[in-house]
Every structure is written in structure tokens, then in C-alpha cells.
Design a protein around this ligand. Structure first.
Ligand code: GUN
Length: 280
């Protein structure tokens, strides 16, 4: 029976540390979030970000723009925040409506205020194992969780399922930078289970509920589930069939309560780190 990794508890502990550190400063870190449109899940995420920021004593700015906002108007809002010296960290909630070029929007955010590390100049620094301002929130949260459980990735076979710019790609680079042997799989991968069965650490960020079963997983593997899908009854499911897989794995993250709470924790850490860089 696996150790169930408690992301909620780790996140609570780290948030407490962030709060204590932030209290040492007279000025308060400020996180600005832009949300476009009415996506229900995005609204919940943004509310949680605001709530957590305020709990830590941070300043929180949330700019809500209508679904039909023009690209030019959105860019103007970002530039306002770029030029506002009281704002330390900027995040544009994704996904954006289809008429907006997301890549162009992410390039508008000043790299020094890029809370997500989505600007190509910041992503490029991860790719060359350079020094970044901050790391992308979900990959950083996963590595923090592994750290807390004293799980080293160096020399391990780590298989990442999913190649999104938010999780899979940056995570794979960050694992490589920590000396893991990394394989990235995705929707076009052939013989997926042959590859996942090689994993000492399997990380799934595909958004395909319960598709990873025990016959796809090596005995005693470490299983990290980044997938969050809501079924028609509103119940959350991860990519891993938890009940089916947990018996044979050594560590496993639940959904909810695994990786999810770590993402917001990383965002708060990033906000504090950007604030410190800007107030040196
Ligand atoms: N949408 C889902 N996850 C994320 C994230 O980590 N950052 C942003 N900006 N949008 C998201």
C-alpha cells in the first residue's frame, strides 16, 4: 500500500512559511491577476488566488475583462500593470478566448513580473538550465512535493504524460535540470503503457480521467497526478485510477488534495520572490 502524498498539508506548511517571511517586510508583495470572460473553472481559480494572497497579507489586484475584449485592450491592461511599480507579479489566467493570441499576450508581460514563468525569455532560461526569476507554478509545486517527501529525481526514469506549456514541457526541462532521465509522452505516443511501465516516477498531466490503470505502472513506482477533470456529477477525477493503482505503488498523490494545492502555494512563493527581487 502506497504512502499517500498530502499536498494539502505540505501547502499549508509552506504557505505559513511564506506568510512569516512576508511579515518581515514593511511593504507588501502585490499580485495582479487578469481574467477574461466567464469560464467557471477560471473564476474559481482566480478567486482562490485572491483569497490566498489576502490571507498572506499580500496585496491582490484582480482585473476582470469581458469575453469580447480586444487584444489591444488586453495588452493595454498588461502594460498598465507592467508600468505600475507597486505591482510585483502579473498573471493572465488561461485559457483566453479564441480570438486572442495567447502567445502574444504572454510575451507582453514584463519578464521580471512574470508570475507564471510563461514569457518565452523565461521559458528559454529553463531550457538552457539558466538562472530564472521564478519557476512555473505547477511544475514547481510538484518538485516541492517530491522534496518534502525526500524523493530525489536524479538518475531516475521519469515519464511525463502531457506536453502542455503550463505543465508537461517546463516540468520535463526542470526534471532534466535535476538530472532525471526524462521521457515525454502525449496523445500521439504509440505503445504508451510500454513507456509508462518503465517509469520510476510517473507524472500524468493529460486531463483524461482515470486512464492510468495498474497494468500501465511499474511495481513500487511513484505516481504524481496532475489531471483534474470534473465529471457530470461534479466529482473531481485525476488521470490515475487511484483505487486501482495505489496498492502497487510506493507513493501516490490523490485528487483532490495532491498537486492542486501546491500550485497556488508556488504562485504565492513566486509573488514573494519577485517582490524581493524588485526591492533589493
Ligand atoms: N490555467 C490553468 N493553470 C494555469 C496556470 O498555472 N497559470 C495561468 N496563468 N493559467 C492557468
Amino acid at each position: 500500500m502506497a504512502v499517500i502524498i498530502d499536498g494539502k498539508a505540505v501547502s499549508k506548511k509552506l504557505l505559513e512559511q511564506i506568510k512569516n517571511e512576508a511579515e518581515l517586510y514593511e511593504k507588501k508583495p502585490c499580485l495582479a491577476v487578469i481574467i477574461v470572460g466567464n469560464d467557471a473553472a477560471s473564476k474559481i481559480y482566480v478567486n482562490n488566488k485572491r483569497k490566498t494572497a489576502l490571507e498572506l497579507g499580500f496585496k491582490s489586484i484582480v482585473t476582470e475583462l469581458p469575453e469580447d475584449v480586444t487584444e489591444t485592450a488586453l495588452i493595454k491592461e498588461i502594460e498598465k500593470l507592467n508600468n505600475d511599480t507597486t505591482v510585483n507579479a502579473i498573471l493572465v489566467q488561461l485559457p483566453l478566448p479564441k480570438h486572442i493570441n495567447s502567445a502574444k499576450i504572454l510575451e507582453t508581460i514584463k519578464p521580471e513580473k512574470d508570475a507564471d514563468c510563461f514569457h518565452p525569455s523565461n521559458v528559454g532560461k529553463i531550457a538552457v538550465n539558466g538562472k530564472v526569476f521564478v519557476y512555473p507554478c505547477t511544475p514547481k509545486g510538484i518538485l516541492s512535493l517530491l522534496d518534502e517527501y525526500k524523493i530525489s529525481v536524479a538518475g531516475k526514469n521519469v515519464v511525463v504524460v502531457g506536453r502542455s506549456n503550463i505543465v508537461g514541457r517546463p516540468l520535463a526541462m526542470m526534471l532534466l535540470n535535476k538530472d532525471a532521465t526524462v521521457t515525454i509522452c502525449h496523445s500521439k505516443t504509440k505503445n504508451l503503457s510500454e513507456i509508462t511501465k518503465q517509469a520510476d516516477i510517473l507524472i500524468s498531466a493529460a486531463g483524461n480521467p482515470k486512464f492510468i490503470k495498474k497494468d500501465m505502472v511499474k511495481d513500487r513506482a511513484i505516481i504524481i497526478d496532475v489531471g483534474i477533470t470534473r465529471d457530470s456529477n461534479g466529482k473531481l477525477s485525476g488521470d490515475i485510477d487511484f483505487e486501482n493503482v495505489k496498492e502497487n505503488s510506493s507513493y501516490i498523490t490523490p485528487v483532490p488534495g495532491g498537486v492542486g494545492p501546491m500550485t497556488i502555494c508556488s504562485l504565492m512563493q513566486n509573488t514573494l520572490d519577485l517582490f524581493k527581487l524588485q526591492n533589493k
